[in-house]
Every structure is written in structure tokens, then in C-alpha cells.
Design a protein around this ligand. Structure first.
Ligand SMILES: [Zn+2]
Length: 277
């Protein structure tokens, strides 16, 4: 299955592929009205506006580094996942969007392996049933996704950081895909580049996730970006990852839409390849 992922409210309605993802919420803090009948994304904790308005809401490390867009390795601001007011507002937003269809959660989890060591997180961990900090973080995120799943009428899709090496996602973000399986319908993994000068890593990562999730009844969607990639290159990558993915979705805007239409047309009419591993 092939589809598009876009923040353009016109393109997303054009039936360019079989599935359409709409970027309703951006990590900048910008919110758009969700659209009925497609998969709307809701940013979880990635919210530059919120931490600019109140930097004390940002997740932080033991050394006091805050998850702000001005800090190395952080491209946007991230609110602490245990902020109770933000959590409630986020669940309300997920419910409002989930009332009209499927929801994709973006930027779920802690913004890095050293986060969050704010006073509230330290207190919650100290009074929890967990001795292990990683286990507490994982439980915190798992419970949030479980709660979110009860508020969505359609499918719930969770975005995963593109690192399928066993244990790495849990350590980095607090997301344990196997723990989330009972609460979600699928996972979306962004494997974005500007032009895909090399492609071996796309196939490797897609294969890794397929193996990691292979025993579970969940869908695996792979997102490819397309800003400077040729039609031929995108078709080639798609054919390499097709055996692993239930759907391939392409980041699409007005400049790339003709390319994406042609890529989807060619992929739909091509003979399937077998997995390499
Ligand atoms: Zn915290």
C-alpha cells in the first residue's frame, strides 16, 4: 500500500495513494484543524511554543540541560512527559482528533536517554513501584499510550524513532514497541533523507523493524521523504522495503506531488521483490 504524508490540506484530500496522513500538529506548536476520514497526527510533548512560553516545562537532564531547540541534538522543544496539565491537554487533543478518525502520535516519549530528571520525574520515580529508572520511564510512556488508545475511535498509529536495535528505543525514548502492541494498530518509522544518495540503510532499518515486530499483529508503515529525490530513486527504495512494510508513505508538498504520483503509479504496477534476509 502506498500513500502520502503532508501538511497540505488540499493535497491530503486528493486520493494520491491508498492512505493519507495529515500533519495536524507540528512540533513548532502550530495546530491545524484535523480532517475527517484520514490519519491526523498529534505531536506528543514535542512543542517548541510551549517551552518558549515557559522553559521550566521542558524536559531536563540531571545536569540541568533543557530540551530546547537551541540545544545541540534537539531540533524542537520537548515538554516533560509527566507534566500533568500538559498530559491532560494532550489527551483532550487526542480525543478531539480521535473522534473524527485515526490518529498518529508523533514525537512520543522522552527526548533522549538522559531525560527527564526534573524534580517531578525524580519524585514520581522515587515513589513508584520501580527500582529501575528505565522501567519507570517505559511504564510512564506505555500508560500514556494506553490512555490515548481509549480516546481514539479509529486506528492509533505511533511514530518510532528509526532505531530497531533491541533495547535502544526503550533506552532513548521510553518506548518499548512490544509493550505498546496491545494498545496500538501500527507503527510508523520515518526514514527520511533529502535525496537518498545512498539507500542501503533504508533497507537495513526497515528490515530490522520488520524482524522486531514480525511476531505481532500490528502494521509497519515506512515514511520516505522526497524533497530532492528522483522518481527512479524513490521507486528503487520502495521496491527494496516493500517486502517489509505494510505501507510506504511519502512526504509530499506542492513541489513534489507530481513526482509522488508517478512513484506510486510505478510501484503499483511493478512486480514485487522478495526480502533479502
Ligand atoms: Zn520531568
Amino acid at each position: 500500500m502506498y500513500g502520502v504524508l503532508t501538511s497540505n490540506s488540499t493535497l491530503v484530500r486528493e486520493d494520491i495513494g491508498s492512505v493519507a496522513y495529515y500533519i495536524a500538529d507540528e512540533v513548532s506548536g502550530r495546530r491545524r484543524a484535523p480532517i475527517e476520514g484520514i490519519i491526523n497526527s498529534v505531536a506528543c510533548w514535542g512543542d517548541t511554543k510551549a517551552v518558549r512560553d515557559d522553559p521550566s516545562r521542558a524536559a531536563r537532564t540531571e545536569g540541568g540541560t533543557r530540551a530546547l531547540p537551541t540545544v545541540d541534538g534537539h531540533h524542537w522543544g520537548t515538554v516533560c512527559p509527566t507534566d500533568p496539565d500538559y498530559r491532560m491537554e494532550l489527551l483532550d487533543r487526542i480525543e478531539a482528533v480521535g473522534n473524527i478518525g485515526a490518529v498518529r502520535l508523533t514525537t512520543p516519549g522522552f527526548p533522549g536517554s538522559e531525560f527527564c530528571r526534573c524534580d517531578r520525574c525524580e519524585r514520581q520515580f522515587a515513589t513508584s513501584a520501580f527500582d529501575d529508572w528505565q522501567a519507570w520511564r517505559t511504564e510512564t510512556i506505555t500508560q500514556f499510550v494506553r490512555e490515548a488508545s481509549t480516546r481514539v475511535d479509529g486506528d492509533l498509529i505511533v511514530t518510532l524513532y528509526p532505531d530497531p536495535y533491541p533495547g535502544n528505543l526503550r533506552e532513548r525514548t521510553g518506548l518499548n514497541p512490544q509493550r505498546l502492541v496491545p494498545h496500538v494498530d501500527g507503527f510508523l518509522v520515518p526514514l527520511c533523507s533529502i535525496s537518498y544518495e545512498t539507500t542501503y540503510w533504508v533497507e537495513s532499518l526497515a528490515g530490522g523493524f520488520a524482524r522486531e515486530l514480525g511476531d505481532f499483529d500490528v502494521s509497519l508503515m515506512i515514511q520516505l521523504s522526497a524533497s530532492e529525490a528522483t522518481i527512479e530513486r524513490l521507486v528503487d527504495i520502495t521496491r527494496q522495503i516493500d517486502p517489509y512494510a505494510d505501507a510506504v508513505v511519502y512526504g509530499t508538498d506542492e513541489d513534489s506531488v507530481d513526482t509522488i504520483r508517478e512513484v506510486i503509479h510505478r510501484c503499483r504496477t511493478a512486480e514485487p521483490l522478495s526480502p533479502i534476509v
